[in-house]
Design a protein around this ligand. Sequence first.
Ligand SMILES: [Zn+2]
Length: 120
Amino acid sequence: MRRKGNPAFGRRFLGNVNKKEVHDLDNEKTGAHECQINEIIKAKHARTFSPDSLEQANREGYDYCAYCLSYTLMKKALITVKLGPEAARMSNTEIVKDIREGSEIPLCSEIEKVEVMKNA
Ligand SMILES: [Zn+2]
């Protein structure tokens, strides 16, 4: 959650000068041992970046918080599959629905995109 007043001023990224770690306030994790933004502010360890970006924090040697910035470490995979002959008789909408509802892909947390095309 962004904070309007001093020292965050509504900015998205907040640095902890003590641990040299940057947090994304738009993805703040508020569990007991997670971001602890209020504690950082209370201890006067908070600072912002100009411009307000991860690139700037990175340039200044700040590490990414493992809780709110874990998404920057995530990977994705692109898979192309040949569909069986039964798919030739189905609409693309039905195929996408079947793939989304019936797929078990190892390590997959979410299917982002399914695109059906001719097997040219
Ligand atoms: Zn964080």
